[in-house]
Design a protein around this ligand. Structure first.
Ligand SMILES: [Zn+2]
Length: 163
């Protein structure tokens, strides 16, 4: 009887492990980041996407990064960070996009890294600080958004324009 109980418990543990693997295999991008990406693509259709990124690549995984789907919504992991390539030749100027979204103090922003600087909405709110990470973020800007669903899935337009 005791061994039956143990094997039943083992089966439960395996079922749980299997379920957690399924969770990790399924991910989606936060809706507000989807919206920003569509806006950017519409404004500058010729933009180069070489340094774009959503889900963590090998370099991001294992590090603390919002590119990993660690925000859980139901049984799906949500990516709450995105990189957009700096391509001023085709109009997609990271400096101007970052300036515009910061000026609006958009509540969805958690932090932005661009050109060796970081700005956070909660830590020293909205003030640029030096960023000394390995990647200086000069080929793209990084935007992390809130882990709160009403914010990360708010797909209202971001205040960016081509002017
Ligand atoms: Zn990034």
């Amino acid at each position: 009887m005791a061994s039956n109980a143990i094997s039943r418990r083992k089966r439960n543990v395996y079922a749980l492990l299997k379920a957690s693997l399924v969770v990790r295999a399924t991910w989606r991008l936060a809706k507000c980041l989807d919206k920003l990406r569509s806006q950017v693509n519409e404004l500058w259709p010729l933009r180069i996407k070489a340094s774009d990124g959503t889900i963590g690549d090998a370099a991001h995984q294992g590090r603390e990064s919002d590119h990993n789907p660690w925000v859980i919504d139901g049984d799906v992991g949500v990516i709450t960070a995105m990189d957009i390539t700096h391509d001023p030749k085709h109009g997609c100027d990271a400096e101007r996009i970052v300036d515009a979204v910061l000026q609006s103090k958009d509540a969805r922003i958690k932090y932005i890294i661009w050109n060796r600087r970081i700005v956070n909405s909660e830590v020293s709110p909205w003030i640029w600080r030096p960023y000394a990470g390995k990647d200086p973020h000069t080929t793209h800007f990084h935007l992390s958004v809130s882990a709160q669903k009403p914010l990360y899935d708010d797909d209202g337009p971001w205040s960016i324009s081509s002017e």
